[in-house]
Design a protein around this ligand. Structure first.
Ligand SMILES: [Zn+2]
Length: 394
């Protein structure tokens, strides 16, 4: 569908974006690069918000729906580059694959989106109804959906396409995620006379047993609402000859649709209340973890670690339109669900905007040593975005 030179441009843009190292909070260079890219590809305007996310905008000649193609521009670090066969920020091509941190997650998708939108507008000489926005969002890897709040406020889209890797299938939902902190409190004492103190770790272990008995919630499409202990820490640490007075456990909770801040915490608070009844020395608290990160703009991004799940009906008009467009373009998509968290937690889960996922490459390549993207997938992704725009904006 695309000419040879267009295909070449998509591949080269992906390579160029890989070369702009953009660990979360250090996305300034890639944003600078994207400014030039949006200008060169004929975007009408662009904005950079206070967190540093960049949004390119193409206006149709006629008014209509606003479509947001969403990508994050931050990547996870490369802890040990010596384990890589390819330069992590080189964008090398070998055997039909582009290598580098962010190829699959998700600079490949971003390159495909940026080019597809530009080619679509160029081919139609902008004679279409509506507006196309392409976002390059910061800080997704640590805070899925938080920086996206500013993007949806700025754009107010009717439809969102999340470009996270889906193997060019249509994604109709995902589980959400929360981080729950549970603290138990004791009383310090010399470990030679432990009966004079209250060991906060023993109290935590008792509670942990109760928490493991909480039955998982379940959703037929998304699976189980898992609750897993991810770390435990006592204080003082190291605790030489002292009974610890404090213990903190962190739990990762995978959230299904319709679960709220309250319903997720409720069984944990009930377990604490039950333990309190059985043991008059037992004192504990449970709450959502809060995070705070610096943006390259100097702004601080912070919030509770509660990112809701979302789901869109497979028979919804939007899903059908995207599915049919991809089918007609020869992509033969399937409907599936993301197993990981994305900015969709905000767009669909918080803001209630009609959202689907569609992206080139595969999730199991994200965050890996020698991360790469198959060029065939990359180009198929671009064709898919083009087909989606064509269907929704004509
Ligand atoms: Zn990602």
């Amino acid at each position: 569908m695309f000419t040879h030179s267009r295909k070449q441009n998509i591949v080269e843009l992906c390579q160029e974006l890989i070369r702009e190292k953009s660990i979360s909070g250090q996305e300034d260079k890639i944003v600078e690069k994207l400014k030039h890219v949006f200008t060169a590809l004929g975007y009408d305007e662009m904005v950079i918000d206070e967190y540093g996310s960049i949004i390119g905008h193409i206006k149709g000649k006629r008014s209509g729906n606003k479509i947001l193609l969403d990508a994050h521009i931050d990547v996870v670090p490369v802890p040990d580059a010596t384990k890589w066969k390819h330069e992590p920020y080189g964008g090398d091509i070998e055997n039909g694959r582009i290598y580098g941190r962010g190829t699959s997650d998700m600079k490949g998708a971003l390159s495909a989106m940026i080019c597809a939108a530009s080619y679509f507008a160029e081919d139609l000489k902008r004679d279409f109804s509506g507006d196309i926005y392409v976002s390059g969002v910061v800080h997704e890897e640590c805070f899925e959906g938080l920086a996206a709040r500013k993007v949806s406020a700025a754009v107010n889209p009717d439809y969102v396409v999340i470009g996270e890797a889906s193997g060019c299938n249509v994604v109709a939902g995902q589980k959400g995620r929360a981080e729950i902190v549970i603290e138990t409190y004791g009383k310090p004492a010399h470990s030679a006379t432990p009966h004079e103190g209250i060991n906060a770790v023993y109290k935590a272990v008792g509670l942990m047993g109760k928490i493991r008995c909480i039955p998982s919630t379940h959703h037929d499409l998304l699976g189980d609402g898992l609750l897993e202990l991810t770390d435990i820490m006592s204080s003082p640490y190291p605790g030489a000859s002292v009974v610890p007075e404090y213990c903190k456990m962190t739990y990762d909770r995978r959230i299904l649709v319709d679960e709220t801040r309250e319903t997720v915490l409720k069984p944990i608070l009930a377990a604490i209340a039950e333990q309190e009844k059985e043991d008059r020395d037992f004192r504990a608290r449970a709450f959502y973890a809060c995070g705070e990160e610096k943006c390259y703009t100097g702004q601080t991004i912070s919030g509770e670690r509660f990112f809701p799940g979302w789901l869109i009906d497979e028979n919804d008009d939007y899903v059908r339109a995207v599915y049919d467009a991809l089918q007609d373009a020869g992509l033969n998509p399937e409907i599936e669900y993301y197993k990981f968290c994305t900015n969709g937690s905000h767009y669909a889960g918080e803001a209630g905007i009609k959202t689907i996922g569609f992206g080139p490459s595969f999730a199991n390549l994200a965050h890996t040593v020698d991360e790469s993207i198959d060029i065939g997938q990359l180009l198929k992704g671009a064709e898919g975005y083009y087909a989606i725009l064509q269907r929704l904006l004509n």
